[in-house]
Design a protein around this ligand. Structure first.
Ligand SMILES: Nc1ncnc2c1ncn2[C@@H]1O[C@H](COP(=O)(O)OP(=O)(O)O)[C@@H](O)[C@H]1O
Ligand SMILES: [Mg+2]
Length: 309
């Protein structure tokens, strides 16, 4: 597999804020690399360094084997970028937005219309050519944003929280497009705060305070998870949580809708003790069972106790 994105030891500070501290990543053709982390972790800064919108204080980036510092135009010509708060021209139509980005990307005028027609089909906006971008639904704007980012058929695509604030069905739709691009051999770097999206990536990097805390496939990360998780469905939940927190093997209790995920040092003790303790506190237990940890469990645990540098 050919490496299309290679970042080595990237660092960037803004004044005293060390936004990105020595992160490295490689992404091969057909691979999605997910950058995950809380607000302020440095995800946007990392993406902006990868596309060359920011100059790193240290480190290097190669896109399709071309060094971004020494040959920026050529390196960037093979990459598409969708910013976190990307701006479509709301008073231009769908067609006009695409034509504008095609021109910015220096596409030969003769090739533009065929490419626009192809893209409209790809993102399912055929028939909406003449609608003003400002009058599209959130999901359609997202898809138009994607179409604009790939108008020049890049082989590397950098997406910064492309589906933030979009409903789950639309997110699912959007990912179907990304999966097709990946199948075509594109390398994707995507930042997200949604774990269902993170789970779709071949590789994840979890960032916190500018550092890469851990990397690996979603499967490897959940398998390396330290400890066990019990799922407790009970009522009232708040009371249940209070009782569980008193168990000597309990590390953390996180609420997921109508249930708790209990991270425990080992499952056996709590499985034995908790039913009686909860019953004594008048908590009705519907179910208490060990479950496989989810990515969300992994990341919440990492955030609760980030490895010390
Ligand atoms: N242009 C900038 N000037 C000053 N500080 C910045 C700038 N961009 C980002 N930062 C700071 O760098 C840190 C990382 O920000 P950012 O990369 O936007 O994180 P994320 O995308 O993960 O939320 C934050 O503390 C943020 O305030
Ligand atoms: Mg960001």
């Amino acid at each position: 597999m050919s490496t299309l994105v290679e970042a080595r030891a990237l660092s960037k500070s803004f004044g005293k804020t060390r936004a990105v501290q020595g992160i490295s990543l490689t992404v091969a053709a057909g691979e999605a690399y997910g950058l995950v982390g809380p607000d302020g972790a440095g995800k946007t800064t990392a993406i902006r360094l990868l596309i060359g919108a920011l100059t790193p204080d240290a480190g290097s980036v190669e896109l399709c084997g071309i060094n971004l510092a020494t040959d920026p135009d050529k390196a960037r010509s093979s990459a598409g970028y969708l910013a976190q708060r990307f701006a479509l021209y709301t008073d231009l139509t769908v067609q006009e937005n695409l034509a504008f980005f095609a021109a910015v990307r220096g596409m030969p005028p003769g090739a533009v219309q065929a490419r626009i027609t192809e893209l409209l089909g790809f993102v399912n906006l055929a028939g909406f050519e003449n609608r003003l971008a400002g009058q599209l639904s959130g999901g359609m704007k997202q898809k138009l944003g994607l179409a604009c980012a790939i108008v020049h058929a890049p082989t590397v695509l950098l997406l910064d929280e492309p589906t933030a604030g979009v409903d789950p069905v639309t997110r699912q739709d959007f990912w179907q497009l990304l999966i097709r691009l990946l199948a075509g051999g594109m390398a994707l770097v995507v930042t997200t705060t949604y774990m269902d999206e993170a789970a779709r990536c071949q590789r994840l990097g979890f960032m916190h305070s500018g550092r890469m805390l851990t990397t690996g496939s979603p499967r490897a990360l959940t398998q390396a998870f330290d400890g066990a998780v019990l799922e407790l469905t009970a009522a009232p939940l708040k009371q249940a949580r209070r009782i569980c927190m008193q168990d000597e093997d309990l590390v953390e209790a996180v609420t997921f809708g109508d249930r708790l995920h209990l991270r425990v040092r080992s499952a056996a003790g709590p499985l034995q003790r908790l039913p009686a303790a909860l019953a004594a506190a008048a908590v009705t237990v519907t179910q208490l069972r060990p479950i496989a940890p989810t990515l969300e469990d992994v990341f919440i645990a990492l955030l609760a106790a980030p490895p010390t540098p």
